[in-house]
Design a protein around this ligand. Sequence first.
Ligand code: 13P
Length: 262
Amino acid sequence: MNNTRKKLIVGNWKMHLNVHEASTLLHRLHEHISAHRDVEVVLAPSLLCLQPLSVELDRHKFRLAAQDAYYKDEGAFTGEVSFSMLRDLVHYAIVGHSERRIYFGEDLKVVREKVTAAVRNKITPIICIGENSEERKAGETKQVIHDQLTTAISNLTSRDIADVVIAYEPVWAISTFGGQIAKPDQIEEVIRYIRYQIKELYGAKAAEQVRVIYGGSVDDSNAGSYLEIPGCDGALPGSASLSYHKFAAIVEAAHRQQLKQA
Ligand code: 13P
C-alpha cells in the first residue's frame, strides 16, 4: 500500500443536530482540529445543514459529504434531493448506509443507481457495505460483501473505481444496531477480500488505488488500532463524530498513524 496517501476520516452525524447546533459543533471542531496534510477530514451533517455549513467551514480543514441523495437528476419525486443538486456543495456522498438499507428498504439495485448517479455528478461515493450478525454467524460474510460490492460498482469503469471509497461497516458493529466492537483482524480479513474482489473485476492497479475505510463504533479509544490495519485508509465514526473532543482525537490518531508509517 502506498504510505503517502491520506487517511480519510468521515464523521457521519446521521439525523442529529439542527442548523444552529451543527454550526456550533463545526466551530468547536475548527478550534480543536489542526489541518494535517496527511489526513482528510470530511463532515456529513444532515442535508439541511450542508448549505449553511458550506459557507462557514474552513476549506483547508474540512470537506462535506451528503448522507444520501436520490439517483434521478430531477423530476416529480416529491421529497427527494438529487446528486445533481448537491454537485457543487459536497465532495462526497455516503451511499447504501445500512440504516438506509434496513429502515428505508434500499436494495442492491437502488444502491447501484445511487453510486452511478454520484459518479455521474462528480461526487465521490462512500459506498457502505457490511454483513449483519446472522449472516456472520452463518459464515456468509464474504458472500454478502461480494453481492453488495459487485452490484454497487457494476456500472463503474476502472477509472471511476480509483476515486471511489468503500466503507466496510459490519451492521453488528454499528452503535445503532448493538455496537459490538469488531476486532482488527476481523476487519483486516474483509478489507483484504474487498480489494481482492476489486482486483478480480478491475485489475491490480484499481485494487491498490481504491480507498477502503472502516466504520462501526469507532471512537477515540479504538481508532488507532483500526487505522493501523493494513489496507485500511480511514474511518467512518457515527456517534463519536458528534463529540468534538472524540472526533478531534480520532483525527489526531490518524495523523499519528501517518507519522509512524512515513
Ligand atoms: P457508530 O460509530 O455510531 O457505530 O456509527 C457508525 C456508522 O454507522 C457510520 O456511518
